[in-house]
Design a protein around this ligand. Structure first.
Ligand code: KIV
Length: 277
């Protein structure tokens, strides 16, 4: 079916049923206009906590709050018709206890109309994910590089190389057991990503993982060339919108300084235009 012919947004169970099928197309969005652009092409749109770095200029995702997520979530909701909307749980909103996670996940879904939440962590989050999924909160898990843990991981490093392989596989198995409907694999070596994809019955969504994953996700501002503070290896540029914007703003500035903007067609005369017959 073509992207534009799709009728109804998928539910988490529909995403789960896509395991091993046509790859799932996922992107982030943080605003209504970008959500509208992603919607006809995507199965799933994530309101990622990457919003903190991409739109708010934060150095990491650690400063993102529930209020920020809810504000961006509401904006994205207004731009989606065809894609499943997933809300990221911000740092500090779920780690304390399953009850805290439930309260905040329910608030994110209630306030934004999202169909699911995403949270970071594997074995250590198994109990929390089970608590949520058994209480009507669909959960997308996120393992491998978990950016909210950069201070304990020691930076944005590849996860699961050498002796660390078994740990990441154990995380994948734990979130599967707990009932997650899909799992993001971030910065996991391709061979391990393929092994996890073959081993677990839920879709794996890769970002810096492998083309063999059940789907892919990118930060939309990365792939459009709008976020240029740094460029991760996995963030393929499909457009250079930042450069196009720079050229447009430079042209505007030059025309304002030269008094060539506004031109006659952009200003108003004294007389009202004649009524159209
Ligand atoms: O916050 C985010 O954008 C994410 C994706 C990169 C998976 O978690």
């Amino acid at each position: 079916m073509s992207a534009t012919a799709k009728k109804k947004a998928p539910m988490p169970a529909d995403i789960l049923a896509r395991k091993g099928g046509e790859p799932l197309v996922c992107l982030t969005a943080y605003s209504t206009p970008i959500a509208r652009l992603t919607d006809p092409h995507c199965d799933l749109v994530l309101v990622g906590d990457s919003v903190g770095m991409v739109l708010h200029g934060l150095e990491s995702t650690l400063g993102v709050t529930m209020d920020m997520m809810i504000m961006h979530g509401r904006a994205v909701r207004r731009g989606l018709e065809h894609a499943l909307m997933v809300m990221d749980m911000p740092f500090g909103s779920y780690e304390e206890s399953p009850e805290q996670a439930f309260r905040n996940a329910a608030e994110l879904m209630r306030e934004t109309g999202a169909g699911a939440v995403k949270l970071e962590g594997g074995v250590e989050m198994e109990e929390t994910i089970r608590f949520l999924t058994s209480r009507s909160i669909p959960v997308m898990a996120h393992i491998g590089l978990t950016p909210q843990a950069i201070n304990t991981l020691g930076g944005y490093k590849v996860q699961g190389r050498g002796d660390d392989r078994a740990r990441v596989m154990a995380d994948a198995e734990a979130v599967t057991r707990a009932g997650a409907f899909s799992v993001v694999l971030e910065k996991v070596p391709a061979s391990l990503s393929d092994e996890i994809t073959a081993a677990i019955p839920i879709p794996t969504i890769g970002i810096g993982a492998s083309a063999g994953c059940d789907g892919q996700i990118l930060v939309v501002d990365d792939m459009l060339g709008l976020f240029t503070a740094f460029k991760p290896k996995f963030a393929k540029r499909y457009g250079e919108l930042g450069q196009a914007a720079d050229e447009a703003i430079a042209a505007y500035a030059a025309e304002v300084r030269a008094r060539s903007f506004p031109a006659p067609e952009h200003v108003f005369g004294d007389a009202a235009p004649e009524a159209k017959t």
